[in-house]
Design a protein around this ligand. Structure first.
Ligand SMILES: Nc1ncnc2c1ncn2[C@@H]1O[C@H](COP(=O)(O)OP(=O)(O)O)[C@@H](O)[C@H]1O
Ligand SMILES: [Mg+2]
Length: 257
């Protein structure tokens, strides 16, 4: 089994004339936590959307868990073991919290009525409560539909999903941007739990303190291209900002700059 859980080669996405992502060569090891940083519009979310099949790439390869993959959509990526918290939340508005949590992976049980498996709502509600306790989010009525919730509550439902199901890879795109101090701390605890469990993570964040606290490595995107790959011990906030703003580029990425 390879040490590498995810690799992208020359991953590229153009929207007409907009080169949102250009030639991204990226590697993530099993158990490794990597932050992606970069200015608004640098291509971070575009990168996530190509990996998870939300959009179809212009060119390039994605190798996940040892195999080339080409996901037709985010559910297919999730079934393959990639749990993603998207920046714009992909929650089903009309469904309640348990339904959203278990979308695509409903718990079923046999009952005495016949040979068919039934949805086990009780088990799903219980696991929902457990998951929400982990995120520390207070949602008065988990049976209420998602559309009546605040951005922070919705974000927490999505993050609770990542904490509930073991996945081969978790991707979080600015998970705490809309959250308060307490909810942010809970999300950071979930990230630490994933690290202890040996589960790899890609974390997109603008929060330098958070990134420095949580990850092993920082990859910087600028104008659609990767411009730096920094081990946390070998960098600091000021250095990272220099790469984000374009004051610095690592020699191996200079051609791209
Ligand atoms: N669907 C789209 N159509 C056209 N341009 C897009 C689309 N999505 C993103 N872009 C453009 O691609 C670039 C990268 O965007 P994005 O990946 O959202 O950046 P980031 O997540 O780093 O802020 C931006 O210039 C953005 O305007
Ligand atoms: Mg984004």
């Amino acid at each position: 089994m390879s040490d590498i859980i995810l690799e992208t080669r020359d991953l590229t996405k153009h929207y007409g004339g907009v080169h949102a992502l250009e030639g991204a060569n990226f590697t993530l090891r099993r158990g490794e936590h990597v932050a992606i940083m970069g200015d608004n519009g640098a291509g971070k979310s575009t990168f996530v959307r190509q990996i998870t099949g939300v959009e179809q790439r212009t060119r390039g390869e994605i190798i996940f868990d040892g195999k080339p993959v080409h996901f037709a959509g985010p559910l297919e990526a999730r079934n393959a073991g990639i749990e993603t918290v998207f920046q714009t939340l992909a929650l089903a508005d009309q469904l309640d919290v348990p339904d959203n949590l278990f979308l695509g992976r409903e718990i079923t049980k046999y009952n005495w009525l016949g040979p068919f498996r039934m949805l086990d709502y009780k088990a799903m509600r219980q696991r929902t409560m457990d998951a929400l306790v982990k995120t520390g989010v207070k949602i008065p009525n988990i049976r209420g539909s998602i559309e009546r919730m605040s951005g922070g509550q919705r974000q927490c439902v999505a993050i609770a999903r990542t904490a509930t199901f073991h996945s081969k890879l978790t991707i979080m795109d600015e998970p705490t941007a809309a959250l308060g101090v307490q909810e942010t701390a809970q999300v950071e605890n979930i990230v630490r739990t994933l690290k202890e469990a040996g589960e790899p993570l890609i974390l997109i964040s603008h929060n330098m303190r958070q990134v420095m606290d949580l990850v092993d490595r920082i990859v910087v995107f600028r104008r659609g291209r990767i411009c730096a790959n920094l081990r946390k011990e070998e960098t600091n906030g000021e250095d990272v900002v220099a790469y984000i703003t374009g004051a610095k580029t690592q020699p191996e990425y200079e051609e791209a700059a």
